[in-house]
Design a binder for this molecule. Structure first.
Ligand code: PLP
Length: 446
């Protein structure tokens, strides 16, 4: 409406005057104004409707303004907006029950945080106290959050400027077949070599020093490169053998994104700790947490856990989580994500890969897909260098926006990560716009 656009203009001016943005040089920077959002769509400051194929930061898993979750937040606000974490609260108790009903194995306890980064910080703290060790192994090509320890264990360029006070953090090369560091030519070879490398790292760093290994089950922003068959099972076996706490970061991959409640369910692997955030309540109110195994819980049965947050298990956030999980069940959203991946997104992207020479690889599952763009399929030279954007990528992104789609882009990749309940015809529309934009990328192929 005209009022919304006017309010948007005012918001833009105030933003430019006073708001300091994340991961960003503040000037020149022209952020997009969003004046409204509904389901898988957002409406920008010029009144244009865009399909949100990014799910924002891959967190609005049930789309925008789901009425059941909006009502639950409103009801909780009318009942009790906030309460300190030491008190029992029904929204928090029920959220913990629903989460632990979905986590694998004996991960039956939840420590709530405000988001993903602090979930990882606390998971590492628990692992260090549980083992009495300090070192942490984490993968290159990963993202674990923006707070100090979380950004130190991160394996992407956002770490570089923050890489101090990172004692005891050691990065290893993960399995990533498309750009195999190990020179593998088959999936089995990649698994075997990546696990051998990991075991060598453990041996060389000293197993008795290593508290935790943190790994995204399906690395998200780093490229949605799912693990090759056998890799996660191998990680589980190695960490168990050396007494290392295995932390699965499912902040992005969890809560239905891959077509399972947790991505580890695809491989039947039970980590010691799972960190989650984003999709747990579709990002409607900030919430994250750590799901904790019985063995680690036992460490803190009689021994104080030295950590906490004013908003741990915030009632508004937990009420939103309860309503989100229930809505996902009632509306079959996890199954729908699986179906969208199998029947629509996967086949469409594979078919595009046959026609567009700029596509180096497509990969993914559920509503979690990456299209890796290259200038040359043989050399795999990326359309934007690692760690940066490029005019070529910007043209592809610009064409998608002009076509009515808000994409998620990182370096040389476009991610297809719509809400799990996006109607089929809207998913098809988003894919058509991507298809069209890729003809621009094809023009840069040598
Ligand atoms: N871990 C993963 C895998 C993520 O994708 C993110 C955010 O993108 C985080 C952790 C950090 O979560 P937050 O931004 O909620 O702190």
């Amino acid at each position: 409406s005209a009022e919304q656009l006017q309010a948007g203009q005012r918001a833009y001016e105030l933003d430019r005057a006073h708001v300091f943005h994340s991961w960003q040089a503040q000037r020149p920077f022209e952020p997009m104004t969003i004046v409204d959002a509904a389901g898988p769509y957002v409406f920008d400051g010029d009144g244009r409707k865009l399909l949100d194929m990014s799910s924002q930061l891959v967190n609005t898993n049930i789309g925008h303004q789901h009425p059941k979750v909006v009502s639950a937040i409103q009801e909780q606000a009318a009942k009790l907006c906030t309460i300190a974490p030491q008190h029992v609260n029904d929204a928090r108790s029920e959220a913990a029950r629903l989460i632990t009903e979905r986590t694998p194995g004996d991960l039956d306890h939840v420590f709530f945080t405000n988001g993903g980064a602090d979930a990882n910080e606390h998971a590492i703290r628990m692992a260090r106290l549980h083992t009495g060790r300090t070192k942490v192994l984490s993968a290159y090509r990963s993202y674990h959050g923006g707070t100090q320890l979380a950004v130190n264990v991160t394996g992407d360029p956002r770490r570089f400027a923050n890489d101090y006070s990172a004692e005891g953090i050691v990065h290893f090369m993960p399995a990533y077949q498309y750009r195999s560091y190990f020179g593998s030519t088959t999936e089995a070879e990649e698994t075997q070599r990546a696990l051998q490398h990991l075991e060598d790292m453990i041996t060389l760093e000293g197993p008795s020093n290593i508290a935790a290994l943190i790994l995204e089950t399906v690395p998200g922003t780093a490229g949605i490169y799912g693990p090759p068959a056998g890799y996660l099972e191998g990680v589980r076996e190695l960490t168990a053998r050396y007494g290392i706490v295995y932390i699965a970061d499912e902040v992005m991959a969890g809560f239905g994104r891959t077509g399972r409640w947790f991505a580890v369910d695809h491989w039947d692997v039970t980590p010691d700790l799972i960190t989650f955030a984003k999709g747990v309540n579709s990002g409607y109110v900030p919430l994250g947490g750590v799901a904790i195994s019985d063995a680690i819980f036992e460490t803190f049965r009689d021994c104080v856990y030295p950590g906490g947050l004013t908003y741990s298990g915030h009632p508004l956030a937990c009420a939103a989580a309860v309503a989100t999980m229930n809505a996902m069940d009632e509306e079959g959203m996890v199954e729908n994500a699986d179906r969208l991946g199998r029947d629509i997104i996967g086949p469409a992207l594979r078919e595009m890969a046959q026609r567009h020479p700029s596509i180096g690889e497509v990969r993914g599952m559920g509503c979690f897909w990456a299209v890796e763009l290259v200038k040359d399929r043989t050399t795999k030279e990326p359309l934007a260098a690692y760690g940066g954007s490029s005019p070529e990528m910007n043209q592809v992104i610009g064409a998608m926006k002009a076509g009515g789609v808000l994409p998620f882009a990182n370096f040389n990749r476009i991610h297809v990560v719509p809400p799990l309940n996006t109607p089929d015809e809207d998913v098809r529309f988003g894919l058509e716009v991507l298809d069209e934009a890729l003809t621009i990328a094809d023009g840069f192929v040598c």
